[in-house]
Ligand binder design. Structure first.
Ligand SMILES: NC(=O)c1ccc[n+]([C@@H]2O[C@H](COP(=O)([O-])OP(=O)(O)OC[C@H]3O[C@@H](n4cnc5c(N)ncnc54)[C@H](OP(=O)(O)O)[C@@H]3O)[C@@H](O)[C@H]2O)c1
Length: 292
């Protein structure tokens, strides 16, 4: 069985990869703040190159899927040095350790590398991040292409799904608010492709199995506003959508600029894998069955 190491196994995507991968790979993972007390799990702070080398040398993975990041846009904007240390230096540490070990490296990037000025984005479109988080991810993409190693960059967006010990996803947060009958204000002018972590995980496994490399967009099929996504969540979970009030981005006073409308096209990944990205309704119907 091939050995896969997930960096950030305590996170939303990382945890899903561990759950879904265990029937076809020998899975192990890392955590930082949120300890996972089961076999094959290792503490790792990616900012420390020696620790990254040590874990990868111990596990000797065929492939590393690196899901770690500081992914809160406003936090990254307000703490650029920390964001650089974790998202750029930390990712480079893991990638270089993979190169030394001869492991394939899969890096999870974001739709925030784009400025939202085009209607749809393929892998051929030129990135132009408008916030610091997007910049750190793009710089790591460029760093990887200079490392001369076997890698995949997977750009994704608005993850939702079950699992993860740290922060909850937007969808989980919304469900909790609506279940408690709380009113929420959601923006109508930020559009991206909500992506079920299960669907993304299947694509990542398949790209690895097919020995693909390079850049791929992997998101849900449709781009929709956060407000419309919220309405879909309320509908799927039988919750009261009238608690959701539409607002626009300036009313939120967010620190980090948002790209506005981003629609990633995942056709290259679909062709390479033979898999299909999910619509929001398909994704939410799977998610609903998993949520208690
Ligand atoms: N969530 C989204 O909507 C979204 C959209 C586009 C792209 N992405 C990208 O997709 C990936 C997965 O996102 P996610 O939402 O699953 O992330 P997440 O739930 O926030 O999990 C992040 C993981 O990274 C680990 N981590 C953080 N700092 C670390 C460090 N210094 N050293 C080692 N590990 C560290 C965390 O460990 P502990 O919790 O144990 O500290 C956690 O396991 C990220 O690369 C993110 O940038 C996410």
């Amino acid at each position: 069985m091939e050995r896969l190491l997930v960096i950030g196994a305590s996170g939303l995507l990382g945890n899903k990869l561990i759950q879904l991968g265990k029937d076809r790979f020998e899975m192990s993972g890392t955590y930082k703040e949120h300890a996972i007390k089961s076999g094959g799990m290792h503490f790792l702070d990616v900012s420390d190159m020696r620790s990254a080398l040590k874990v990868i040398d111990k596990v000797k993975p065929d492939c590393v899927i690196d899901t770690h990041a500081l992914s809160n846009l406003d936090y990254c904007e307000a703490h650029p040095e920390e964001a650089w240390r974790v998202n750029v230096e930390g990712s480079k540490n893991v990638a270089e350790a993979c190169k030394k070990q001869g492991s394939k490296y899969i890096f999870i990037s974001t739709d925030d590398v784009f400025d939202g000025k085009k209607l749809r984005y393929t892998e051929k479109d030129k990135p132009n991040p408008v916030n610091y988080y997007g910049k750190t991810k793009l710089i790591m993409e460029y760093a990887l292409s200079a490392l001369d190693m076997n890698y995949i960059v997977a750009r994704t967006a608005v993850l939702y799904g079950t699992g993860g010990l740290g922060k909850s996803s937007f969808a989980t947060w919304l469900i909790q608010r609506l279940r408690s009958k709380e009113k929420v204000r959601i923006v109508t002018d930020q559009r991206n492709n909500p992506t079920l972590t299960d669907n993304l995980a299947e694509f990542l496994f398949k790209l690895y199995e097919k020995d693909e490399s390079g850049l791929f967009h992997i998101t849900g099929k449709e781009s929709m506003s956060r407000y419309d996504f919220s309405k879909e969540i309320a509908r799927a979970f039988g919750l009261d959508a009238s608690l959701i009030t539409p607002i626009t981005t300036p009313e939120l006073n967010q620190i980090a600029p948002r790209p506005g409308n981003v629609n990633l096209v995942s056709e290259k990944a679909e062709r390479a894998t033979g898999l299909r990205t999910l619509t929001v309704r398909e994704g939410l119907s799977i998610f609903k069955k998993q949520v208690a």
